[in-house]
Design a protein around this ligand. Structure first.
Ligand code: SF4
Length: 335
């Protein structure tokens, strides 16, 4: 039928992994060419973080699984394998949407037993990826948290956050709110290749300014720094200068880690786009997922004077998982 390609298409042939998490239907629309949304009804919205993770928050909410931002290095990729989907193209194009997440969260954070601990948004997939333009899960999530007196943090690469700035600014009048933008690649060509589904660096710099104009602090995650691609003094100097000029209030910088199946996906991209670096990466990551302590110390020494030069406040809050302490004697480069 002529309108088949224009309307919502329903496909009941869900994978067993999706059936386990409350699958309702799969949807494709012309506005999201190449992407399939798998709508599910979740039973719980709050995810409790294991104490051993040493993260600065104990609860997260993720309305989506999979992310069309498609960063080659995304450490959340292996989570798709629990759904019988792969960590590569499926992660980028098969996006699970918890359509009832705001309602479920509202019930959870209004229970008398809820202790109003900080909830982190954007720890596993980007809450303002393109799907959010269709499903608009975040306004309901933000209202549930603010109305219940629950502090929250947001980390995103998505400029769609602008839509919710009035809501976020209003929430900040009632609860502690932290907003962070992820921006680690300043070179436009490399950006298109390594983060192909994300807004441009310039668009994210403008987002930082918009967040500040809304009266909010804006932290910037300059992570992951890619060895031999974005770790030069010149690149970091230019990027931090732009971030500071955009109005950022602080930065966190740390290098790439390659856990689980993300490693294979990233290395395949590297072999295609930068084959000359494959040997150096194999050497850097020969002991595992994390950069060796010597490299991290070098990066730390390189970044420290630049952070001071641009007056970017050192800030040890982390919106995302840093490398574990067990990775080596030198702590990750966190500002
Ligand atoms: S925006 Fe974040 S969650 Fe999405 S693909 Fe990139 S690193 Fe992964």
């Amino acid at each position: 039928m002529r309108w088949d390609g224009q309307g919502v298409r329903v496909d009941d042939g869900a994978l067993p992994g999706l059936q386990r998490i409350g699958f309702v239907r799969s949807v494709r629309t012309p506005q999201f060419d190449g992407i399939t949304f798998h709508e599910v009804l979740c039973k719980s919205a709050l995810n409790k973080v294991a104490a051993a993770s040493m993260l600065p928050f104990r609860y997260t909410v993720n309305g989506y699984r999979g992310c069309s931002h498609a960063c080659r290095y995304c450490f959340a990729r292996p989570t798709h394998e629990y759904l019988d989907l792969d960590c590569g193209n499926d992660f980028d194009t098969q996006v699970v949407v918890k359509t009832n997440v705001a309602d479920v969260l509202w019930r959870e954070v209004h229970r008398p037993s809820w202790m109003r601990e900080t909830v982190a948004l954007g720890t596993n997939t980007d809450p303002y990826q393109r799907a959010e333009g269709r499903y608009a899960l975040m306004p309901g999530i933000l209202r549930a948290l603010a109305d219940s007196g629950t502090p929250f943090s947001i980390l995103t690469k998505g400029t769609l956050l602008r839509r919710d700035l009035p809501l976020i600014a209003e929430a900040a009048g009632h609860v502690d709110v932290s907003v962070a933008v992820s921006l680690a690649v300043g070179d436009p060509e490399l950006h298109r290749d390594v983060e192909p589904g994300t807004p441009s660096p310039q668009a994210r710099l403008a987002l930082i300014t918009a967040i500040r104009d809304a009266g909010l602090d804006c932290h910037v995650m300059v992570a992951p720094v890619l060895p031999h691609l974005t770790d030069s003094v010149e690149h970091l100097d230019a990027l931090l200068a732009q971030i500071a000029a955009a109005g950022a209030t602080g930065v966190t910088v740390f290098g790439l880690h390659l856990r689980g199946s993300t490693r294979g996906w990233f290395m395949a991209w590297l072999a295609r786009s930068h084959p000359e670096l494959v040997g150096q990466y194999r050497e850097l990551y020969r002991r595992g997922a994390y950069l060796p302590s010597e490299y991290r110390q070098t990066l730390h020494d390189r970044v420290t004077p630049l952070v001071a030069k641009f007056g970017l406040a050192p800030d040890r809050r982390s919106f995302r998982a840093p490398p574990p302490v067990a990775a080596g004697p030198v702590q990750p480069t966190l500002f």
